[in-house]
Design a protein around this ligand. Sequence first.
Ligand code: SF4
Ligand code: SF4
Length: 434
Amino acid sequence: MEKIDKEKREKAIDLLRSKSDSKLITHLNSCVRCGLCAGSCMYYITMKEAKYIPAKKIDLVSSIYRRYCTLAGKTVPALVNAKDLDESMAEEMIDSLYGSCTMCGRCVKHCSIGVDIPYIVKKGREMLATMDMVPKTLQATVDAAINTGNNMGIPTVEFVDTIKWMEEELIDEMQDDKARIPLDEIDKDIFYTLNPREPKFFPLSISAMAKVLYAAEASWTLSSKYYDVTNYGFFNANMAEATQIAKNLYDEIHKLRGKRLILGECGHGSRANRWDGPNYLKKAYDFDTITAVELIGGYIRDGKIKLDKSLNKELYTIHDPCNLVRNGGMLEELRFVVKSSVANFIEMNPFGNDNFCCGGGGGALAMSEYNDRRLKIGEIKADQIRKTGAKVVITPCHNCVDQLLQLNHTYKLGVQIKTISEVVADALIIIKTN
Ligand code: SF4
Ligand code: SF4
């Protein structure tokens, strides 16, 4: 590892000296080392090494805090387990905070005193980002978003081609020349966003949502440049980059004068845009922001779309994306939409707020150096799915879809993985009004 630049190291330590972040100071000092969090973390459950215990991960950050921000740590560091922020510590932090935590938040629910472990993990990531120590694979994803407008670096011309192709399919399927997937239209009610995995690998999920919006007679548009709902700045924890990505989307909504931002099927993107976006930008949004799950739920309740559950006859289960359910409050709404769309449903055990992460969160899918670890921790999710006996797993997050597809292959589950819009589109009854 390269030597740490002294100036950058000071800036990283300054993040712990903050006088305005009382939450950080409280949580850094709260762990009572009871060990209860160990059994909640997929990494520890599957690999049984002490370094994967959540409390051990956050203690890396706490030990630096003690070393530089407490009198005892400054004078007798060994007595209080205070540690220098040197190269070997930085290496351990990278492996632990980027490579061994999906920031799923399950441990928080199991912590005896509610220590916000992902919050501290993220602060540790922010320290590493300040020292330019983000894993290159993850950084490349952020760079692509900043340089091209989407995290997969899809050229605009390629994106537009895909959308036009999907629009032709929609026209054929609906037998209606007026069926549209609008691009760059102004003054629409809905500014819709996508995970770039959709145009790149799963264009049918775009046409599924377009079908739902068609059935609801929605006024909507996509942007051809800034349609990406993700914000991997949330994961590399470089605040300037997270802010830039959020600003690009914010400016585009204003440019097209969209009234409502609808967050496409992406857990962390929904969280980063809905809850963190206004904090990054230091201003409240002047447009409504809801997820695709809530949009569809509203359409069902208001009778804007009609569904026939009998069109989805297989046994379905839900994988709850951590950032939409445990950390996003979407548990009930997701079940309302699913139970309105399928005839047979079974929950995983555990599910909802206690559900296990798929294993691909926290930026893990972007960091190929941790692929083996990611698939190993995913064994828990694979077992959960197998035990339900379900034939289809629904998840409203393309990041989770990607990980679940890999688990399906690795653990030979033999299931289908579908997004919420795909399941709803399969159950749609299209009523032509003219
Ligand atoms: S946030 Fe999730 S992955 Fe990270 S330590 Fe807690 S349980 Fe483990
Ligand atoms: S459960 Fe909470 S208090 Fe106990 S060791 Fe884990 S983080 Fe610390």
